[in-house]
Design a binder for this molecule. Structure first.
Ligand SMILES: Cc1ncc(C[n+]2csc(CCOP(=O)(O)OP(=O)(O)O)c2C)c(N)n1
Ligand code: SF4
Length: 303
């Protein structure tokens, strides 16, 4: 999708001259202007993410972002970090390989609900089951943004999308419940209205070993918002504020989302479970004893 801003001078560059852009140092200025529509919530999630990494003082060379394809997938192109913009749905297997080869790197999967839970759903459930040390950040805008607003596995019943013009009749995934059932050790959901809580949840997700998951509910005013008469990005944010109910520790079976009614937000799950890397080393040492040779890149990180 070609941005209407294409060809104009970079907004980051304009800002830098007199008044540095607040997260300018995190962005690849040469990739600006970005493709996101006015009112799109993806940029706010990037703001929360950079704030979280900044607060944690994680050195930039120790973090990598892996995205799939979609409007959210563009995050990998815009962040000035080690980033991988992979094929549609395959961010998690790329990220798993990266983590196994280089456990010292904090590996973050940053992608859309369609990418992660439709074509990529299989990878999500198995990475969570294995408790691979990854942080998965999902922008849930309830449809496929980049390709024209088709139905996603998250589209609420009765939600109007291009492939269900009379409203979806499918029951969507409840993402926190799915993540918890599969074994994620930290599970949270916040909307882009809750910028502080979202940044804090990302911080917890980044610091906890094992598979951590944050659902970030964000407006797609151009497609989902317009078709469902939810107004512009600001009106959608106001609706988030009115509908949100904060329930930290809520039973994830009870946090389904509908077109109307409460959006339950919070940090729902925070448990301890040995991560994939730790379990792997434990097993090898138990079975092979002194014959086990740990990969060089794992030394001092896993043990
Ligand atoms: C193998 C393959 N199938 C389909 C597509 C087309 N495609 C590109 S992005 C996308 C969905 C994106 O939706 P989502 O992950 O929710 O991200 P958003 O754009 O909403 O941020 C699809 C189906 C593709 N690029 N590759
Ligand atoms: S189509 Fe939707 S998700 Fe994509 S940039 Fe526009 S508002 Fe954002």
């Amino acid at each position: 999708m070609e941005s209407v801003l294409a060809g104009l001078e970079s907004p980051v560059a304009c800002a830098v001259e007199d008044d540095p852009h607040p997260i300018g140092e995190w962005l690849r200025e040469e990739r600006m202007p970005h493709i996101w529509c006015p009112g799109c919530g993806i940029g706010t999630t990037v703001n929360c993410f950079t704030r979280a990494v900044d607060d944690l003082a994680i050195p930039k060379e120790e973090i990598a972002i892996v995205s799939g394809i979609g409007c959210t997938g563009r995050v990998a192109g815009y962040l000035r970090l080690d980033t991988f913009h992979t094929t549609h749905g395959r961010a998690i297997p790329f990220a798993t390989g990266l983590k196994l080869a280089h456990p010292r790197t904090k590996v973050v999967v940053y992608s859309g609900d369609g990418d992660l839970f439709a074509i990529g759903g299989n990878h999500f459930i198995h990475a969570a089951r294995r408790n691979v040390d990854l942080t998965v950040l999902c922008v849930n805008n309830f449809n496929y943004g980049m390709t024209g607003g088709q139905m996603a596995p998250t589209t609420p019943e009765e939600g109007i999308v291009s492939t269900a013009p009379y409203g979806s009749v499918e029951k969507p995934f409840n993402l926190p419940y799915l993540a918890q059932s599969c074994g994620a050790v930290f599970v949270a959901r916040w909307t882009v209205y809750h910028v502080k809580q979202l940044a804090n949840a990302i911080k917890t997700a980044l610091t906890k070993p094992g598979f951590t998951f944050v659902e970030m509910i964000a407006p797609c005013p151009t497609l989902f918002g317009r078709r469902n008469k939810q107004g512009d990005g600001l009106a959608m944010l106001e609706a988030y504020r009115e509908r949100s109910v904060i329930k930290n520790g809520a039973d994830t079976r009870e946090v389904d989302l509908h077109m109307e009614g409460p959006i339950v937000c919070g940090n729902f799950v925070n448990i301890e479970r040995p991560s994939y890397l730790t379990t792997q080393v434990d097993r090898m040492e138990k079975v092979l004893g002194e014959r086990y040779v740990m990969p060089d890149t794992w030394r001092g990180v896993v043990r």
